[in-house]
Design a binder for this molecule. Structure first.
Ligand SMILES: *[C@@H]1O[C@H](CO)[C@@H](O)[C@H](O)[C@H]1NC(C)=O
Ligand SMILES: *[C@@H]1O[C@H](CO)[C@@H](O)[C@H](O)[C@H]1NC(C)=O
Length: 251
C-alpha cells in the first residue's frame, strides 16, 4: 500500500514533467477572407478548438496596420479570434532600429485606433550589443505597455544578446528555413534569467512535422510555430499539420 502510493506519486510527478506545455505565436499574414468569401483563418480556429493552448496570431494588414481606413474584414476577423480565446499581436516594422521611434509609435497608435490587438510584434529587431539599440526597444516596449498592450514580442529571427530579454516579453530566436532547430541551439540562448516563456521559434519550409523534435524543443521554447510554407512570404498559408502541432504543444 505504502509502496504503491510512492510509485503512483513518482509516476504522476514524471508525467507532470513530461506534460510541459508550450504556446504558439503565428505570423498570420493571410487576408482573413478567401476569394469566395470564406474564412481564410478557419484552420487556426479548428486547431485551437481541438487543443486550446496559449495562442497569439500576428495580424498584419500591410507591413503594419495599413495607412488606409479600417478594413471591416480585419475588424470582424480579429473580433472572432478574441471571442474564441486567441490573442493577437499587431505587426510593426522596426528595420533593426533604422525606423524612427516616432514612426514605430505612430504604428502602435494606429493599431489601437483601428483594430485593438492584444499586444505588439516588433519585426526586424536588432540583436547587436549596442546601448542605443537596446534603449530603442526598451522605449518602444514601455510605450506599448503605456497604451494598454499586455504582451510584446521582438523578432531578430536569430540568437541575440541576453540584455534584449529585458526589453520585450518574448523574443523569436529562430526564424529560418534551414530545418527544425536542435534543442541544443534553442537551449543555449541565454535569456537573462527570463526562462522559456521569453523564447519562441519560427521554423518554416518544414515538409512534415517531427513530433519528437517539437516535444524536445518545448523544454526551452515557450512558444513554437512550424509551417511547411516557404518562399518570399512563408506565412501566407497555414500548414496541414496545424491541429497536430497544437496537440503536441498541449501539455
Ligand atoms: C531600412 O533601413 C535601410 C537603411 O536606412 C533602408 O535603406 C531601407 O529602405 C529600410 N527598409 C524599410 C523596409 O524601411
Ligand atoms: C503544405 O502542405 C499542404 C498539405 O498539408 C499542401 O496542400 C501545401 O501545398 C503545402 N504548402 C507548401 C507551400 O508546400
Amino acid at each position: 500500500m505504502f509502496l504503491w502510493l510512492f510509485f503512483a506519486t513518482l509516476a504522476s510527478a514524471l508525467n507532470y514533467s513530461n506534460a510541459i506545455e508550450s504556446g504558439t505565436i503565428i505570423p498570420l499574414y493571410i487576408y482573413p477572407k478567401t476569394n469566395n468569401g470564406g474564412n481564410a483563418w478557419q484552420a487556426l480556429f479548428d486547431a485551437y478548438r481541438a487543443h486550446p493552448i496559449n495562442t497569439w496570431a500576428i495580424v498584419n494588414v500591410n507591413s503594419g496596420p495599413g495607412t488606409r481606413r479600417k478594413d471591416a474584414n480585419y475588424i470582424n476577423a480579429i473580433r472572432d479570434l478574441h471571442a474564441a480565446g486567441i490573442k493577437t499581436l499587431g505587426y510593426v516594422l522596426t528595420n533593426y532600429t533604422q525606423r524612427s521611434e516616432a514612426a514605430v509609435k505612430a504604428d502602435v497608435d494606429r493599431w489601437k485606433q483601428l483594430y485593438q490587438p492584444t499586444g505588439i510584434f516588433f519585426d526586424e529587431m536588432a540583436y547587436d550589443d549596442v546601448n542605443s539599440k537596446v534603449q530603442y526597444y526598451q522605449n518602444l516596449n514601455n510605450y506599448a505597455k503605456s497604451q494598454g498592450y499586455t504582451f510584446t514580442v521582438g523578432n531578430p529571427g536569430t540568437r541575440t544578446v541576453p540584455r534584449y530579454f529585458n526589453t520585450v516579453d518574448n523574443i523569436v530566436v529562430f526564424e529560418s528555413d534551414t530545418g527544425f532547430p536542435s534543442t541544443d541551439l534553442i537551449c543555449s540562448q541565454d535569456t537573462n534569467g527570463k526562462g522559456r516563456s521569453s523564447v519562441s521559434i519560427l521554423p518554416y519550409n518544414i515538409g512534415s512535422l517531427n513530433t519528437g523534435a517539437v516535444t524536445e524543443a518545448k523544454t526551452c521554447a515557450g512558444f513554437i510555430y512550424v509551417t511547411n510554407d516557404s518562399g518570399i512570404n512563408p506565412w501566407d498559408t497555414l500548414p496541414g499539420y496545424l491541429t497536430q502541432l497544437f496537440g503536441v504543444l498541449k501539455g
